[in-house]
Design a protein around this ligand. Structure first.
Ligand code: GLC
Length: 432
C-alpha cells in the first residue's frame, strides 16, 4: 500500500459527513469592543491600546457547559472555537507570548475549559487557529523584509499549533484561517500539517493554510449543484448579517432561514458550521440561544432527513429538496405546491408515503419512467419552514440517468437511457 504524504488531503472519518451541523464560536478580546472580530485592523487601532483590553477581559458569565447545552439543543454535533484569531490573543497559556488569557484578565485557559465541556457533552471538538497574527510586526513585514523576525514568528506559530495539539487530549478538527498574504512555503505548511497528523491521528484539517485540505470551507454561501466541491466540504456562516465576533445592533437570521440553509447544504452533501459571537461577559446572546432552540426543535423531529443521509439523487425537484438513506427518500418541501406534488426521476418502487413528523399517510400513484404523484395534501404546509415527506422505497434509492444531470451540462445523448428519453419526447412532440 502506498502511503500518501501526511501533508496531502486524507479521507475524513465517518463522523464528519454524518454530523451535518456544527457550532462555530468566535470569541476573544474583540468581544469587549462589540464591533465584530476585526476592529484592531479595520479601525486602525493602536496595538498598545488594543493590548490593554487583555486585562479587561474578565468574562463573569463564561460557562462552556452552557455553550455546549445550547449546541446540543440546536442539534449540533461538532464545534469550533477560536483559540487565536487574527488579533493574536491566545485563549490558552502559550509560553511564547504574554498576550494570552492565562496571563492576563482572569488568568484562565479558555481552550481547556471549552474542550472539556464539549467533550463531556459528547460533541466533537475542533480548534480554529489563525496563522495571520496582527500582534506581530514580522507578520506584516514578511520573510523578504524581515527574514530573522519572520523565522521567529513562524517558529512560534508552529509551537503554538504543537501546544494546541498536545495539551488537550483528542482534537477532532483543526481549522486554519488567515493564510494571506503569505504562501504555504512561507508558513512551512507541509511541516505544520504533517506535525498535526503525527500528534493527532485521525484529525481533520481544513484548506486554509495554502494547501489542499481534507475538507474545503466555502464561507457565507455555497455552490450550486453543478459546481459543488468534489471533496468533503463544510460551509461556515454567521448567524447575523456579517461579523463573526459579537457586534451590537445586528439583525439575526430566522430559524426558517437556518433550517432551509441546513437542508440545502445537506442535499448537496456538505455540512453547515453556524457561528455565534459570545458577548464580552462570555454568555451567548439570548437571540442565538432562542434560535438554536427553534432549529433544534425542528431537527428533533426531522433529524432523520438530515443526519447521516446521502445527498440528492437528481435535479428534478421543483418543490424543494431531496435527501436519501437506504430504503428511504426524504422530500423537503420548501415551496408548498398545494394538493398535489409531482416528483420525476425516482427509479425505485415506492411502498409508502407519509409526513415524517405526524406519520400521516399520503395517497400516491407511481407511473412508469419514474413519475410519482402524491395527492390529498393540505392547502397549507404543516411546517412552512420545511415540511418533510418520507417515502419508503425498495432498495437503495436510485434515479434515472436523465434525471441526474442538468439539461445544460450538454450530455443528453451520452447514454442509451437518455437517448430513449429524447426519442420518447420526440414522439410526444410530433403528436402535438
Ligand atoms: C473570514 C473572516 C474571519 C473569520 C473567518 C471565518 O476569514 O475574515 O474573521 O474568522 O472568515 O471563516
Amino acid at each position: 500500500m502506498t502511503q500518501t504524504a501526511p501533508w496531502k488531503p486524507q479521507p475524513v472519518p465517518a463522523w464528519f459527513p454524518r454530523s451535518k451541523f456544527g457550532l462555530f464560536i468566535h470569541w476573544g478580546l474583540y468581544a469587549l469592543l462589540e464591533r465584530g472580530e476585526q476592529s484592531l485592523y479595520r479601525e486602525h487601532l493602536t496595538p498598545s491600546a488594543y493590548r490593554t483590553l487583555a486585562d479587561r477581559f474578565k468574562p463573569a458569565r463564561f460557562d462552556p457547559d452552557a455553550w455546549a447545552r445550547t449546541a446540543k439543543a440546536g442539534g449540533m454535533r461538532y464545534a469550533l472555537f477560536t483559540t487565536k484569531h487574527h488579533d493574536g490573543f491566545c485563549l490558552w497559556d502559550s509560553p511564547g507570548t504574554p498576550f494570552n488569557a492565562a496571563r492576563t484578565g482572569l488568568n484562565r485557559d479558555y481552550v481547556r475549559d471549552y474542550v472539556r465541556a464539549f467533550r463531556r457533552a459528547g460533541i466533537k471538538v475542533g480548534l480554529y487557529f489563525s496563522t495571520a497574527d496582527w500582534s506581530i510586526p514580522a507578520y506584516f513585514e514578511g520573510p523578504a523584509r524581515n527574514p530573522a523576525g519572520f523565522r521567529d514568528f513562524i517558529r512560534t506559530t508552529h509551537e503554538q499549533v504543537r501546544e494546541l495539539c498536545t495539551q488537550y487530549g483528542k482534537i477532532d478538527l483543526f481549522w486554519f484561517d488567515g493564510v494571506w498574504p503569505h504562501s504555504a512555503a512561507d508558513w512551512r505548511a507541509k511541516e505544520l500539517v504533517s506535525m498535526i497528523r503525527a500528534l493527532q491521528p485521525g484529525i481533520i484539517i481544513n484548506d486554509r493554510v495554502g494547501l489542499p485540505g481534507d475538507i474545503t470551507t466555502p464561507e457565507q454561501g455555497f455552490p450550486e449543484q453543478q459546481f459543488k466541491p468534489s471533496t468533503p466540504w463544510e460551509c461556515c456562516m454567521t448567524s447575523t448579517e456579517k461579523w463573526w465576533g459579537w457586534h451590537r445592533g445586528v439583525a439575526w437570521k430566522s430559524d426558517r432561514a437556518v433550517i432551509r440553509t441546513l437542508s440545502q447544504i445537506t442535499e448537496l452533501g456538505g455540512n453547515l458550521v453556524f457561528n455565534v459571537g459570545p458577548k464580552p461577559d462570555g454568555s451567548f446572546p439570548a437571540e442565538f440561544t432562542r434560535l438554536m432552540k427553534n432549529v433544534g426543535g425542528w431537527l428533533d423531529k426531522n433529524g432523520e432527513a438530515i443526519y447521516g443521509v446521502s445527498q440528492t439523487l437528481c435535479d428534478t425537484t421543483t418543490f424543494g429538496l431531496m435527501t436519501c438513506k437506504p430504503g428511504r427518500v426524504f422530500l423537503h418541501v420548501l415551496y408548498w405546491p398545494g394538493a398535489e406534488l409531482h416528483l420525476a426521476g425516482l427509479k425505485n418502487k415506492v411502498r409508502a408515503a407519509r409526513f415524517l413528523v405526524s406519520g400521516k399517510p399520503i395517497p400516491f400513484r407511481q407511473e412508469s419512467e419514474g413519475h410519482l404523484h402524491l395527492s390529498g395534501l393540505p392547502g397549507r404546509p404543516p411546517d412552512p419552514r420545511n415540511t418533510v415527506i418520507e417515502l419508503t422505497v425498495t432498495g437503495t434509492p436510485q434515479s434515472y440517468d436523465w434525471a441526474r444531470d442538468r439539461i445544460w451540462t450538454g450530455a443528453l445523448d451520452k447514454t442509451r437511457e437518455r437517448a430513449r428519453a429524447i426519442a420518447a419526447r420526440r414522439a410526444d412532440w410530433s403528436r402535438t
